[in-house]
Ligand binder design. Structure first.
Ligand SMILES: Cc1cc2nc3c(=O)[nH]c(=O)nc-3n(C[C@H](O)[C@H](O)[C@H](O)COP(=O)(O)OP(=O)(O)OC[C@H]3O[C@@H](n4cnc5c(N)ncnc54)[C@H](O)[C@@H]3O)c2cc1C
Length: 409
């Protein structure tokens, strides 16, 4: 599939997140020698799952969007045994939870949403107009100068729909309550959510990384192997070993990649999050939906979901698994419990705490990565990773594929 020069030395790929794994798969398919180096004991980077007391815990709440073209091309989706969220959310209104389903997927539920006052007729007209617009142009990176916040405000939806659904939904996608990511990204993600489905694989999101790993020869993957520096024609490992290489694909996370290229990272360039997992004997709502918390509630919690309702394999029989996500990595279990009790109308939350994952480097922000791109270009290093495009699995897959193509061209 590739046109390439005869290569004696391997291509070294630094980082076995989705981007690095994808680059490795592309090189392997093309018969190009490579070595994939990962500093952790597991592959997957930000896409990992842990099996704990019979529960499946993803390292941070996330979903696989089935409409992503790169996902469709790169994964054997049938082997992931996917279960799907319903398209919509539970909205918190007048101290109770109301279900709202996407009109594109459950037309009849619209009448209930209108009756509940979640959405107005005017909102429906505006949504239809937006729908037509995104059919024509939904490129993730375009010249639209507006931020997501400015763009949503310009659409003039009713306060209930905007503040109860649209904005909280996108706080969760961007992991950013100021919605400063470009409006083009909002339009792109909205299209994916309207047209595709959000899924959880059996065995957790980590099954995605494991599937990518399975296609690779074990001899070409080195775990627990941290790269300390990149020099002309070679990489130096933390253990002092030197590996000569034909080319370097740097697929480390943005701060690690910046560190290796000696580029400072702006504090505002990275978004953090924390997901806490609880188990319960039962959960009050049956829907396979995320519960969104509006900003007006002044809560530290962004959203929560009963994951075992979506994918029963996430919890042992007779138990439910609940994820609670916040942007405050310092928030304690006790504080989360207190807030959750409020949203469930309980005096004291009787759920059992399982584990929490703080992810200081959850998503990169747009607009901060020109310096590193420039430096990599000067040094002949091929960059790969979501931050080289935009935060998502789609971009991580695409950047891995493009890096492999670039490394052998
Ligand atoms: C909480 C959370 C929720 C998310 N939700 C979604 C979602 O719902 N949908 C979606 O599409 N995307 C989501 N994402 C984003 C998606 O997970 C990322 O875009 C994607 O996983 C990034 O992959 P990557 O390969 O670019 O980087 P990473 O996964 O960060 O991989 C980089 C790898 O490089 C390794 N590394 C770093 N330095 C070195 C070194 N010196 N030597 C060797 N190895 C090194 C790291 O250990 C890591 O394994 C979410 C992410 C998080 C954290």
């Amino acid at each position: 599939m590739f046109k390439y020069k005869f290569i004696m030395k391997p291509i070294v790929i630094i980082g076995a997140g989705i981007a690095g794994l994808q680059a490795a798969n592309m090189l392997h398919e093309g018969g190009i020698p490579f070595v994939l180096l990962e500093k952790q004991a597991h592959v997957g980077g930000r896409v990992q799952s842990e099996h704990f007391q019979g529960f499946t815990l993803d390292h941070g709440f996330q979903v696989l969007q089935t409409s992503y073209s790169e996902v469709q091309q790169s994964l054997r989706l049938a082997d992931l045994d996917l279960s799907y969220f319903d398209s919509g959310a539970y909205l918190w209104k007048d101290k109770s939870w109301l279900s709202f389903f996407s009109p594109w997927q459950q037309t009849f539920s619209l009448f209930r949403a209108l009756g509940d006052g979640i959405i107005s007729l005017g909102d429906l007209v505006k949504l239809a107009q937006l729908w037509m617009k995104i059919q024509l142009d939904a490129k993730p990176l375009s010249n639209n100068p507006l931020t997501t916040q400015e763009y949503i405000d310009s659409l003039r939806f009713s306060p209930t729909f905007q503040d109860g659904f649209l904005k909280p939904f996108f706080y969760g996608i961007f992991l950013d309550e100021s919605l400063t990511q470009p409006a083009s990204l909002f339009v792109f993600y909205l299209k994916q959510f309207l047209e595709g489905k959000a899924a959880l694989p059996k065995g957790g999101m980590g099954a995605i990384s494991n599937q990518l790993l399975q296609s690779l020869p074990a001899s070409s993957v080195r775990l627990n192997t941290e790269v300390e520096s990149i020099e002309e024609g070679k990489v130096v490992l933390k253990n002092g070993e030197t590996l000569e290489c034909a080319k370097v694909i740097l697929a480390a996370n943005p701060t690690a990649a910046s560190h290796l290229l000696d580029i400072p990272v702006d504090k505002g360039a990275i978004l953090q999050s924390k997901t806490c997992y609880f188990s319960a004997d039962e959960f009050p709502n049956e829907g396979k939906l995320l519960h969104l918390i509006p900003k007006a509630e002044e809560s530290n919690i962004l959203h929560f979901a009963c994951l075992s309702k979506v994918n029963p394999s996430y919890a042992p029989a007779g138990k439910e698994l609940i994820s609670v996500t916040t942007l405050k990595t310092e928030l304690s279990e006790e504080e989360i419990r207190k807030e959750m009790a409020r949203f469930l109308g309980q005096e004291k939350l009787n759920w059992k705490f399982l584990k929490a994952y703080s992810i200081p480097e959850s998503l990169p922000k747009q607009g901060f990565w020109n310096l590193i791109k420039q430096k990599a270009l000067e040094k002949g290093i091929v960059l790969s990773g979501d931050y080289t495009q935009y935060p998502s699995l789609q971009a991580a897959f695409a950047s891995g594929r493009l890096a492999a193509e670039s490394a052998i061209s």
